[in-house]
Structures are given as structure tokens and as C-alpha cells.
Design a protein around this ligand. Structure first.
Ligand SMILES: Cc1ncc(COP(=O)(O)O)c(C=O)c1O
Length: 401
């Protein structure tokens, strides 16, 4: 049966056949071949070494440090914990400026580290923090800026480095989306005091769950390693309290396989991204947002902006229409972290308006890209979007909640 939409009745939300038989997710979702996975797990069994900074974790740290050209890559259980540990290892106090247009974990990590969070708006074109968006929220309580390198682009670290140096602020980066991204001739990883990467299954490099704190500061890295292990680790560099942020051998095994396949996965993303750009180009009211501020990107997301008037349908209606076709489009980062608990309830945020963040949160959509997506799927999704636009005046789609 054809899944082309020749009339409104062909859309799945009106009873037509869904364009995809199985759910097509947003996110990288890389799986190594079963044979390579099995061999890696057999090695773990043979060595009888599951965790506590085993040989695979050590090898991965060396290889990732080489990839991002930093002196220290400290693997951790996930990026959220890496950000908490980073703030603790740096001894941050007071208030940290973060963008509101980010995944909620950026701010939550600072809250777990006992810090106040002050939200800054982002640039309307790049969606990133800039000196111009940070300056208005700087006050005497601010001790640090946690910038995010978003969408496989960057926030232009050097301009923020200059601002923070001038104001005596610590600068750290949430580079959860940053594997395979370079700027000013070098990979993300060595900017500011530290950068934190995520190896969640949806990220370009997967450990299923996982993360890494990168820094060129050896003493800071020693503090991080000490915090990572409940008993402390290595040369004792004083830290207030230790914890458990370890990266298991099973995580490291997948991460090493994912690292081997990184060039192929990045090439796949780049091809799919280019296909989306081509196929969506002629549709009024839809614009692909390319990663900005990077020499090289791994294209981990396909971000598009919906202009409701020109497209004929709201972003939320499009998401709902696509969901019925088994296309899981996402609305990152809705509604903006300053509008989520616990932040929306903080008195300082009651009257906070971040117009760019709020506009982006209403209009952006992320479409499937990554290891489970191929060119035929991209063409099918773009044809669905084109049909949604064509038939929009005759479609009354209930908006996704
Ligand atoms: C911008 C950003 N920061 C932090 C995180 C948290 O990463 P993790 O899931 O590894 O804790 C994510 C995860 O999606 C993210 O997108």
C-alpha cells in the first residue's frame, strides 16, 4: 500500500497508513555489530574486570584525549554528573550564568553542585550564548559562566574566553553535543577551564550512558579523578568530598567501538543533513538551521524552524502529524529551562523574559538523523513535510501537548 499523501485522508492522523511501519527516532542511536560487541564483552569476562577504571576505560581516555587534543580526558558515568563534578573540582561558589535554551541537565547540574543559576538569552541566529547575551545578567554574585556548544556548532568560545578573562569569571563548557566538532582550527575539548562531553546513546559517540570531562589543567584533572572514586584515587589532591562517577568497562567497550566508527557515523550524518537541506529548501515556512561557529561539525541534529504563517501549520501541529506517521520529531528545548521547575518558581525568574529563547522554544523542531536513518527515510520525511504544507488549509491537526 502506498504511503504517499495524495489527499488529506491519506495522512495517518486521519486514518491513512503511517509513512513508517516502525518508530523513527531523533538521536544517533549507534549500535556496533553484534560480533564486535560480543567480542568486546567476552574480553571483559576473560579479564574479570567490570569497573574501577579498568583497561578499556583507560584506553578510551587516552584515545579520546588524542581525538580532542587535550592533556586530560576524565571519563564519567554521564555528562550531568561530569558537570556537577566539574563545578565541585573548580570550587565554584555563588551564581553561574547558563543559557536557558539548553537541555535541563545543564542547569540542574549547577543546582546539584549547590550553585545559584542565572539564565541568559541566546543569539537568534546561532541559538548560542554570546558576550552580548551574557553581559546583561552579570552582577557581583556571578562567579562563572557555563556556556553550551549546541547542535554540533559552537558558541564561539574565544569571545566568551575574552569576556570571562576581563571580568575575572571562570568559564566552563557543556559540550554534550560537541564530539567531532572543531573551531578555530582545533577540536572542542580544550576551551575554558574544562569541557564536558556526553556519550549518551543519542549522541554522536555513544557509551550507552557516559561522559567525559576534558581539561589541560593537570591539577584540576587530579581533583576530578579523586572526586570520581568514592575512596579517592591516585595522587591525593584535596577535594571536599568524593563520590561515584565511574565509567564501567561495559560503557568503555561500546565507547571504543563507537570511536572506531565515528568517521563513518559523522559522514552519514553529513550526507543526511545535506539531503534534508536540499529537500526542505523549496517548502515555504521551513528553514533548516545549520550548525554555526564550527570549522567542522558532526551534524548530530537536524534542526528546522517553522514559520507558522508561511508554513500554514504550527510547529506543534506538525509534530503531532509526524508522530502519527511514526516520525518522532522533538521540540528541544521547550519551554526553556527558566520555565521549568524548580527554576520557574524562583522569585528571580517570575518576571524573567528571554524573548529569543521563548521564540525558539515555540518554533524549532528536530527531525530524525543518525545511525538508524537512511536517505530514503529522509526523502520520505521531507515529502511528508511538503504534503503537510500543501494540504495545511484542509488539515485540522490537534497540536502536540
Ligand atoms: C546540552 C546537554 N547538556 C547535558 C546533557 C546531559 O548529558 P547526559 O545525558 O550524558 O547526562 C545533555 C543530554 O542530552 C545535553 O543535551
Amino acid at each position: 500500500m502506498s504511503t504517499l499523501k495524495r489527499s488529506p485522508a491519506d495522512f495517518a492522523f486521519l486514518g491513512g497508513t503511517p509513512a513508517f511501519a516502525d518508530l523513527l527516532p531523533v538521536g544517533q542511536l549507534y549500535f556496533p555489530s553484534w560480533e564486535r560487541y560480543e567480542a568486546a564483552m567476552r574480553g571483559i569476562f576473560e579479564r574479570g574486570w567490570f569497573t574501577n577504571h579498568g583497561p578499556l576505560a583507560q584506553t578510551f581516555e587516552r584515545r579520546f584525549a588524542e581525538l580532542v587534543q587535550v592533556r586530560n580526558a576524565v571519563t564519567v558515568t554521564n555528562a550531568t554528573l561530569g558537570l556537577v563534578m566539574g563545578a565541585k573540582a573548580l570550587g565554584l561558589t555563588g551564581t553561574v550564568v547558563v543559557p536557558s535554551f539548553t537541555f535541563v541537565a545543564t542547569a540542574q547540574a549547577m543546582t546539584w553542585a549547590g550553585l545559584e543559576v542565572s539564565f541568559a538569552d541566546v543569539d537568534p541566529h546561532t541559538h548560542q550564548l554570546t558576550p552580548a547575551t551574557v553581559e546583561p545578567v552579570l552582577d557581583d554574585d556571578v562567579s562563572a559562566v557555563l556556556a553550551v556548544n549546541l547542535w554540533g556548532g559552537t558558541c564561539g568560545p574565544s569571545a566568551l574566553e575574552a569576556l570571562c578573562a576581563e571580568r575575572g569569571l571562570t568559564l566552563l563548557f557543556d559540550s554534550a553535543h560537541g564530539t567531532g566538532v572543531s573551531v578555530d582550527g582545533r577540536p572542542l575539548g580544550g576551551h575554558g577551564a574544562l569541557e564536558v562531553f556526553s556519550f549518551h546513546a543519542t549522541k554522536t559517540l555513544s557509551a550507552t550512558e557516559g561522559g567525559c570531562v576534558c581539561t589541560d589543567d593537570d591539577e584540576l584533572a587530579a581533583r576530578l579523578r579523586n572526586i570520581r572514586s568514592s575512596y579517592g584515587a591516585g595522587e591525593p589532591v584535596a577535594v571536599e568530598v568524593t563520590g561515584n562517577g565511574r565509567f564501567s568497562e561495559a560503557q568503555a567497550a561500546i565507547a571504543l567501538l563507537s570511536l572506531e566508527d565515528l568517521p563513518a557515523n559523522v559522514a552519514n550524518n553529513a550526507m543526511l543533513h545535506a539531503a534534508y537541506v536540499d529537500s526542505l529548501a523549496g517548502i515555504d515556512g521551513i528553514r533548516v538551521v545549520a550548525p554555526t561557529g564550527a570549522d567542522e561539525s558532526a551534524f548530530p541534529y537536524l534542526v528546522a524552524q517553522v514559520d507558522e504563517e508561511a508554513f500554514g501549520m504550527s510547529r506543534d501541529a506538525l509534530v503531532s502529524l509526524l508522530a502519527a506517521e511514526n516520525v518522532v520529531a522533538r521540540r528541544y528545548f521547550r519551554p526553556g529551562v527558566h520555565r521549568l521547575p524548580p527554576y520557574r518558581d524562583a522569585p528571580r525568574n517570575h518576571t524573567l523574559r528571554l524573548p529569543v529563547t521563548e521564540h525558539l522554544a515555540r518554533t524549532l523542531v528536530q527531525l530524525p538523523i543518525g545511525a538508524l536513518v537512511d536517505l530514503a527515510a529522509v526523502e520520505q520525511i521531507c515529502s511528508l513535510v511538503a504534503a503537510a504544507h500543501r494540504f495545511a488549509p484542509r488539515l485540522h491537526v490537534e497540536e502536540a501537548a
